[in-house]
Design a binder for this molecule. Structure first.
Ligand code: MOS
Length: 755
């Protein structure tokens, strides 16, 4: 175990002699992706021609399969197998962990006649071509005994229960503080179900080497749980599954776990003795994988007339699958955002016959800020205060929930610099005052916060006889820039050009790392890489001073420097390549490891930001256009200005979607999601976004990890939608608390307001 003080030693990333750390270098794998030659899981070339599997989804949300007729499908051209719960190969019961240290239990596919959500995979067809498999999948006849689906979240709010093992968190006396406040707000917001809609749907390819070893390519954010879960499902040893996820077309939390595509591909490959590919369709992704559940959030704020909060509460109602307990923790972020002596936060859960709820980018914050950060806007208006000033007046000295000091907190700087850069002082506090042709123009802002995490991870670094550094780690790159930042850390640490670094990730046989999620990826994987890099430096320095053939021979290994592919000691030097080729022709490999510091819990460690947005509202059509958006963020040292900016602006665009367009509507008759494709599930495209900029403050958070970096993958999403909603209000004077703010709702609001 290391402690934070152990981390506070000189290290190459901090020295940054190459200047590569922080630089916006191009993506390591960019050329492969833009030329279409990065093989995603479904595109990997298997050793022999694959068969194609297609899943069939249930057309009821609750009930049982009472009869199965697969005769027509089996007789269809090219069909190799048709499976339902009646004939799928045996799998251990759900959750089985034959190996005590498995990070995931078995996840049997087609496990029984029980249907618990619409679209649940209930049959599976394999054929020689995709077309034959699709054709036969339509011939599978299933008869159901359906129960009336229990899917009406709003109607079931009264039945909500405490999430398992969770209690409300109260500090002080919320009710007394609220009632004793001269200015009070008590409003309720709601958000719909959202889906990840990654560009690459979940997909898998599997084959077997002999009867005992399964090779699987899949699209997943976490390698080890995927490997372990598949091994448990197949009933084989963990090491008998070689799982790879080299390129991933978006994850966002939706690929934090595996699905039946992986299980069925592996089972079918074993049964048929040939490689099998299975992919979800876009429509199947909506139901067959997880989604962000809908929320209802009640926010209460009690303030003095000068804006200081006496009391704040956010209570969240949300839903999950009938067998589940996932909770959208939309209230949690409020625990450290603003000072208020009396505080109440908590969650209530309703179990429904809907697909599985789960984490989606900035789980908690993305939904939660859509209420609280609009409530702050409303309170500012009531008080006659600028919304930026209201937030500054409620800036806490220490974490208001637990009293811990902040490791770094530059929220006020984000607010002030953002306000200045954006021209916030031009905002007119009274809505509906600014016109530009047919558009009513308004400005809005919101704060952003997202936690920061560090998990245990390992990494190995090798140098070969060509002086090439190879980074190996069971990490993933879901589009975030992992490949690139690992290459930068390696290049800086060993003093070699970027072109002399190879990065191998996304493989269960590489040193384990937790993967991509919770915006912990770069900090966790990068810190382990730094440790491996420092260890390889030591090994190379020792090699040099102990090798009689080296000009560095006999020197002090601690004084060896690494730069431009050259190892040097005072005025003596040779190239890394020459040294390794002569003294260690087989190369050197070392490992590094990071663990959270023992004293990490002494600090409240978060990332912060401030969003500013200008929208135009067409009062005739109710259309909203985002004209300008600026985010200013404080998230520790930035490893790569380009990939970090891309993460942040991507999150901001997602906020625009949450505010204006995104959401799945539930069909109460069937328990299905009505909009199942990208024609009906609306996410912004290029033309929907005006000027967009993300600025990252200089910051080093030494309490976060040895590199002083934090994550940005989710921060940009937090608060972004609230800034849009607040701008809509400033433009036209309509407050909508039921997201998304679609033209129909806005027009109704404009009419009700007499505008
Ligand atoms: Mo995430 S939503 O923790 O991948």
């Amino acid at each position: 175990m290391s402690s934070v003080s152990d981390w506070d030693v000189p290290n190459p990333v901090k020295e940054n002699r190459s200047g590569l750390i922080g630089k916006g270098v191009d993506r390591y794998e960019g050329p492969l992706k833009v030329t279409g030659t990065a093989p995603y899981a479904y595109e990997v070339q298997p050793p022999s021609p694959p068969a194609y599997g297609v899943m069939v989804g249930a057309t009821i949300a609750a009930g049982r399969i009472t009869d199965v007729d697969t005769a027509a499908a089996e007789a269809s051209p090219g069909v190799l197998a048709v499976w339902t719960h009646r004939n799928v190969p045996a799998q251990p019961p759900r959750g089985t962990k034959a190996h005590p240290r498995s990070t995931a239990g078995s996840k049997p596919a087609l496990e029984s006649d029980r249907v618990t959500y619409w679209g649940q995979p209930v049959a599976f067809v394999v054929a020689d071509t995709l077309e034959n498999a699709v054709a036969a999948s339509h011939m599978v006849q299933l008869t159901y005994a359906a129960d009336a689906p229990d899917v009406d979240f709003q109607a079931r709010l009264g039945d909500a229960v405490d999430p398992p093992g969770e209690k409300d968190v109260e500090v002080g006396d919320f009710q007394a503080g609220f009632e004793g406040s001269p200015v009070r707000l008590d409003e309720t917001w709601s958000t719909p179900i959202q889906n990840h809609v990654q560009m690459e749907p979940c997909a898998s390819l599997a084959w077997w080497e002999g009867p005992d070893r399964c090779i699987a390519h899949t699209s997943v954010q976490m390698v080890k749980p995927a490997q372990h879960g598949l091994a448990e499902t197949l009933g084989i040893d963990r090491d008998a599954v070689h799982l790879m996820t080299r390129y991933i077309g978006g994850g966002f939390g939706g690929k934090g776990q595996t699905y039946d595509d992986l299980t069925l591909a592996a089972l079918a490959a074993r049964a048929l003795g040939r490689p099998v590919k299975v992919a979800f369709t876009r429509q199947q992704m909506m139901h067959g994988t997880i989604h962000r559940p809908a929320t209802v959030m009640r926010v209460r704020l009690g303030a003095e007339r000068d804006g200081r909060l006496n009391a704040m509460s956010i209570m969240t109602w949300t839903h999950c699958h009938s067998d589940g307990s996932f909770t959208e923790h939309a209230s949690n972020f409020a625990r450290s955002l603003y000072a208020a002596p009396n505080r109440l936060t908590g969650h209530r859960l309703v179990r429904l016959d809907l697909p599985h709820a789960g984490p989606m980018r900035a789980p908690g914050e993305a939904s939660g800020t859509l209420s609280l950060e609009c409530a702050m806007d409303e309170l500012a208006e009531t008080l006659g205060l600028d919304p930026v000033e209201l937030r500054i007046r409620n800036e806490p000295e220490v974490d208001p929930e637990n009293g811990r000091p902040f490791s770094q907190r530059q929220l006020v700087r984000c607010l002030k610099e953002g306000a200045q850069l954006f021209g916030w002082d031009r905002r007119l506090p009274t809505p509906g005052q600014v016109r530009d042709g047919r558009w009513l123009v308004g400005l809005g802002m919101a704060a952003a916060i997202r936690g920061n995490f560090l998990l245990p991870a390992k990494c190995s670094f090798s140098v070969d006889a060509d002086g090439v550094i190879t980074v190996r780690q069971g990490m993933t790159d879901i589009g975030t820039g992992t490949y690139t930042v690992l290459a930068q850390i390696a290049a800086e640490t060993l003093g070699v050009p970027l072109g002399q670094v190879v990065v191998e990730i996304g493989d269960s046989e590489l040193p384990p790392a937790p993967g991509s999620g919770g915006q912990f990826g770069a900090a966790t994987a990068g810190s382990a890489a730094l440790a491996a890099g420092v260890n390889l430096r030591k090994a190379i320095a020792d090699l040099a001073v102990n090798d009689p053939g080296s000009p560095l021979h006999g020197g002090d290994s601690a004084s060896v420097t690494f730069q431009d592919g050259v190892v040097a000691l005072e005025n003596r030097s040779e190239t890394l390549r020459d040294l390794v080729r002569r003294a260690a022709p087989a190369g050197l490999t070392v490992e590094g490891e990071i663990r959270p510091a023992q004293d990490a819990q002494r600090w409240s460690t978060q990332t912060y930001g401030a969003h500013f947005c200008e929208v135009g509202v067409d009062p005739v059509t109710g259309e909203v256009r985002v004209r300008r958006m600026l985010g200013v963020f404080a998230a520790g040292r930035i490893l790569n200005a380009k990939t970090a900016r891309s993460q942040l602006t991507g999150g901001m665009i997602w906020g625009v979607a949450s505010a204006l367009t995104e959401g799945n509507a539930v069909d109460p008759r069937y328990g299905s999601l009505i909009n199942q494709d990208l024609a009906q599930y609306l996410v912004p495209v290029q033309a929907d976004i005006g000027d967009l900029e993300a600025i990252m403050l200089d910051e080093v958070d030494d309490k976060a990890n040895p590199m002083g970096i934090k994550g940005v993958g989710e921060l940009g999403n937090s608060g972004a939608g609230a800034a849009v909603a607040n701008a809509v209000y400033n433009a036209c004077g309509v407050r909508l608390r039921d997201y998304p703010i679609t033209p129909d709702k806005l027009l109704a609001g404009l009419i009700a307001a007499g505008r």
